[in-house]
Design a protein around this ligand. Structure first.
Ligand code: ZN
Length: 344
């Protein structure tokens, strides 16, 4: 069995015989390539080469492509934003019910340009074929927060929850269409970051009343496309992990949680990913600190179920190389120790 199959198997809940290490390494790999960040991010070939070469150099797993951006722009370009300006990106344009009616019609094939993504995926499949490809897609509820402006999104949740639900409904199919495009391009895993829906920002009650139904629907649609889905529980989710674990995610990438407790409660239900603090440990810690945190994460998680070691959020571009090496070594050592202790 190849690496890719092993990792997808881990996401599906079967121990793959080792502990995959998959940092969200887009900007890290771009910087590592030594070329100007803007040039790499704007060029699918340079970008894919950076992802492939950096992954091979450190021998972690997973490749990241930029998905089909521009959904918010396709829907809301030209509308007046909260600063009274004509919007170019569709952010902060749905401020009232009236503005909801001004959103443009959407056809993914016409409005999104998947060429860059398709080029990057093709290069990755040629040069690094035994690795799963990940991309970032925000759920309709998270996208609604961006298009409504987060402040307005939160206030409306309390004053006019039906308005928020209507916005989410209106933008759901465009996002699902873009997911189909991503699946057709050959991406394997969708990574859905949800910082704005966390306990850091809204109550569990509001999450349940307004976001939950649409998250369940979105997750179903992603999996219908044959893609695996990893939700990134960014921020505080301790009070609502129970909901998240029921919503049809294949994996949950945690942060800011009591990790051993989460492993005990949910480790057998879903593939867990995390949980090295990205900034205090990965970026600012010593290699020894990274190693210890990473090793402890693995040992806490693996007895309960499948686990992917990763920083608890995107890996910052300036992370010292020895810290990345320490993270990878910890996963190998932990897997050896786990194997030696296993009685079967
Ligand atoms: Zn995060």
């Amino acid at each position: 069995m190849g690496r890719k199959e092993q990792i997808l198997q881990a996401i599906d809940g079967k121990y793959p015989g080792y502990i995959p290490v998959i940092p969200v390494a887009n900007t890290f790999a771009a910087k590592w390539s030594g070329k100007p960040m803007g040039a790499v991010m704007g060029n699918p070939q340079l970008y894919a080469q950076a992802m492939i070469d950096c992954r091979k150099h450190f021998d972690y797993d997973g490749l990241w492509v930029n998905g089909v951006g521009g959904i918010t722009a396709a829907l809301g370009q030209g509308m007046t934003d909260k600063f009274g300006k004509k919007s170019t990106n569709g952010e902060s344009v749905i401020l009232t019910r009236e503005s909801l009616n001004q959103l443009h019609d959407f056809k993914a094939a016409r409005d999104l340009k998947p060429d860059g993504m398709i080029k990057a995926v093709r290069m990755m499949k040629e040069q690094d074929p035994d690795q799963p490809i990940f991309t970032v897609v925000s759920s309709p509820a998270s996208t609604a927060a961006v298009m409504m402006d987060v402040g307005n999104f939160y206030v409306s949740m309390i004053k006019d929850p039906e308005f928020v639900k209507d916005v989410i409904r209106r933008i759901t199919e465009p996002i699902v269409e873009s997911v189909k495009m991503i699946a057709d391009a050959g991406v394997d895993v969708i990574w859905n970051p949800m910082p704005t829906l966390s306990g850091t920002c809204i109550s569990k009650k509001l999450y349940e009343e307004i976001c939950r139904e649409s998250n369940i629907y979105f997750n179903e649609q992603v999996r219908k496309c044959g893609l695996r889905l990893v939700a990134h529980a960014c921020g505080k989710w301790d009070d609502r992990f129970d909901l998240l674990f029921q919503e049809g995610n294949d994996g949950i990438h945690v942060s800011e949680c009591n990790f051993p407790e989460v492993c005990q409660k949910y480790g057998d239900k879903v593939c867990l990913m995390g949980d090295i603090p990205s900034v205090p440990v990965m970026l600012l810690g010593t290699a020894e600190e990274v190693y210890k945190t990473a090793f402890d994460n693995c040992m806490a998680a693996v007895p309960h179920g499948t686990f992917i070691l990763s920083p608890d959020c995107g890996m910052p571009p300036n992370v010292p190389y020895e810290n990345v090496e320490a993270m990878c070594k910890a996963a190998k050592d932990a897997a050896d120790k786990y194997e030696s202790k296993r009685s079967y």
